[in-house]
Write a protein that binds this ligand. Structure first.
Ligand SMILES: [Zn+2]
Length: 264
């Protein structure tokens, strides 16, 4: 796990698995953790790392319901997890999905956990909307298309945007269950003006990016979606994202959008 301070009041922690990010945002005496690292030792260490930096976390958010983003309660079991309404609907429609997928990933990586994931106190948040934090206000923007649910979280007073599984320098757009190219494009279009206002964009996987880099990723992702919709089997993938794993994701995307361009 790597912890990088992107601003005196924002720390990005990156997991060793899939470069999954967790972003801590501070305002006044309050701090909020968005998403989560994966490994048990990372989750165990997280409260100490953040406390040493003067962040006393009193709220958790998840950008979307994929299991690798909802592990915050394993680090802060006393806190409830705030999610977009769309994520709440997904969690209700597929109870136990996050726990099952986590168990499968753990089995694949031979990971043992001191306790199973419990998503006890999940709170549904209106998106688009605003959320108070220590006298400031976070903006919540809807971000679906990768999957059926999701939100991007923008801290305007810090210029930090945590956008979930979009605008990654290490992963091409992934059309997962319930996602679609049309919704993915709509999310990119919605994020563009927010990125313009941001100093730092934190993707769900990868490295925090400057506004300029994030805008370039946004263009590259649009171009990739064009190639995906044309059904290209071997499209040119963006620099830094052209490897075997990304090719495999592309094949999964082709299968997902096959024909109708939508996967239910
Ligand atoms: Zn993810």
């Amino acid at each position: 796990m790597r912890a990088v301070s992107v601003n005196g009041d924002a720390i990005v922690v990156t997991s060793l698995l899939w470069q999954t990010t967790a972003t801590a945002i501070r305002a006044g005496e309050e701090a909020m953790l968005i998403d989560s690292p994966y490994f048990p030792d990372e989750l165990e260490l997280l409260p100490t790392v953040l406390a040493q930096a003067g962040f006393s976390v009193n709220a958790l958010l998840a950008t979307h319901g994929d299991f690798d983003h909802v592990l915050g309660p394993l680090a802060f079991p006393e806190l409830s997890l705030g999610v977009a309404e769309s994520t709440m609907l997904r969690l209700r429609a597929h109870p136990g999905e996050a726990q099952r997928t986590l168990r499968d990933a753990d089995a694949e990586h031979y990971v043992r956990r001191p306790r199973p994931l419990a998503l006890g106190g999940v709170q549904s948040l209106p998106v688009p909307g605003r959320l108070g934090l220590g006298g400031e206000e976070l903006e919540l923007h809807s971000a679906d298309g990768h999957v059926s649910d999701g939100m991007a979280v923008f801290a305007p007073w810090l210029g930090v945007l945590a956008c979930g599984d979009y605008l990654s320098g290490v992963e091409i757009p992934m059309i997962g269950p319930g996602g679609s190219v049309a919704e993915y494009r709509a999310t990119l279009a919605r994020l563009a003006p927010v990125v313009e206002r941001a100093e730092t964009v934190v993707p769900g996987h990868g490295t925090p990016a400057s506004r300029e880099v994030a805008l370039r990723l946004l263009d590259e992702d649009g171009d990739y979606l064009d190639a995906l919709e044309r059904g290209e089997e071997r499209p040119r993938l963006p620099a830094g994202r052209d490897d075997g794993r990304q090719r495999a994701i592309h094949r999964e995307n082709l299968a997902a959008v096959g024909g109708g361009g939508r996967r239910g």
